[in-house]
Design a protein around this ligand. Structure first.
Ligand code: TXA
Ligand code: MG
Length: 354
């Protein structure tokens, strides 16, 4: 298959060009279209077509028991994909849509079971990106879209990441520049008595609690009510986000001990690379000596660190680096999403991706 690459960077989404219409038609008719969102690139298909949904699982090499997110262009369409929509969902979407928040609701029967891997729930989100909104609107259907990477690889946050994984396998890739957040949306479960975050993202526990005026559980904080109950976030058990290189976390925040960790890293054999804040990179430069290493810096704080993490993984893999040392941040607030992805990337390097 020849993949058409559409440069949307200069396109005015209010007056979409023919190419974007062609891509939207293709999507509606069952083809797959990779498109930018504010979190990561998505691999989109028509949510009403069982064949398109199967094709997504096949192309990604995704396990069948890991459900997909349905994307809408506006909250008014929620009842086309979900039912018995709780008041909390409306409150949250009034504040955070469009944006990086996915709500798990009861699935409407128009949405094939396969989308939700057989669950009677459905995950829904309204992305905050003009190209994503235009594509969904023009296609005229809800768009099911996992991250546009091969299963097990880091999520794509640049169009070239998508090309590396999907070229020749899907009809369209829409180029929309780097993704603003760089980590996937917050997934929030609104079924059941407790409201719980299944996957942390840019919309934090604090932000959600302010709107809902009640406790929102963090992943792991929630008690499983019965041993028989299926996992609430089925996808979270799989290995994710991992580059080919081994990922090592620099855990220390105290300067002297961090310096010790950097010294230890520099003493290792083989090709190594670092993903660091500007401040820590300065420390490293002063002690680097003759050791050659790769270095990408992210400035300061969780937002820029998240935005650049997956891109750094892919760049270092291109260079053939063996070990990537990544600076830990506080896992409070928006740091939680960053640390969650980082810990998954560092875990179980030898376990096979499922
Ligand atoms: O930011 C994002 O959410 C991106 C962009 C493309 O929108 N999409 C994304 O999709 O990250 P994916 O397929 O890589 O991750 C979907 C996550 C998985 O962890 C999955 O288990 C969870 O959402 N999920 C989907 N449907 C669910 C459901 N019905 N119940 C519980 N979790 C669900
Ligand atoms: Mg994914």
């Amino acid at each position: 298959m020849i993949t058409k690459w559409i440069d949307c960077l200069k396109m005015d989404p209010a007056h979409p060009e023919r190419w974007l219409r062609d891509a939207a038609d293709c999507l509606r008719d069952g083809g797959l279209v990779a498109f930018p969102t504010e979190t990561v690139y998505g691999l989109g298909g028509n949510a009403y077509m069982d064949t398109a949904v199967s094709e997504i699982y096949r192309v990604k090499g995704r396990p069948q028991d890991n459900p997909l997110i349905v994307h809408l262009s506006r909250p008014e369409d929620l009842d086309q994909v979900a039912m018995d929509i709780p008041e909390e969902a409306e409150k949250l979407f009034a504040v955070f849509s469009p944006g990086p928040l996915t709500l798990v609701l009861r699935r409407n029967s128009r949405i094939p079971k396969r989308v939700s891997a057989g669950l009677d729930t459905v995950a829904v989100r309204i992305p905050d990106h003009p190209i994503a909104s235009a594509l969904i609107r023009l296609s005229g259907v809800p768009v099911v879209a996992p991250s546009a990477n091969l299963s097990g690889k880091p999520s794509p946050t640049r169009a070239w990441h998508v090309r590396d994984d999907m070229d020749g396998k899907i009809p369209y890739i829409l180029e929309g520049g780097p993704c603003r957040f760089g980590v996937e949306s917050t997934v929030l479960d609104l079924n059941g008595e407790q409201i719980s975050i299944l996957r942390p993202g840019a919309i934090t526990q604090d932000m959600l609690e302010k709107v809902l005026k009640r406790h929102v559980y963090l992943p792991g904080e929630r008690k499983q009510t019965s041993a028989e109950e299926p996992p609430r976030a089925p996808g979270m058990k799989y290995r994710h986000y991992a580059p080919k290189a081994r990922v090592k976390i620099l855990e220390e925040s105290d300067k002297a001990r961090l310096e010790e960790e950097l010294r230890e890293a520099l003493s290792q054999e083989g090709e190594i690379a670092f993903y660091l804040s500007d401040r820590t990179a300065e420390l490293l430069r002063r002690m680097g000596g003759n050791r050659a290493y790769g270095l990408i810096t992210f400035g300061e704080g969780a937002a820029p660190a998240s935005a650049g993490l997956f891109d750094a993984f892919r760049r270092f893999d291109e260079l053939g680096v063996e070990r990537i040392y990544v600076e830990a941040l506080s896992d409070r607030g928006e740091g939680l999403a960053y640390m969650n992805r980082l810990r998954k990337a560092a875990a179980d390097k030898d376990r096979k991706p499922n």
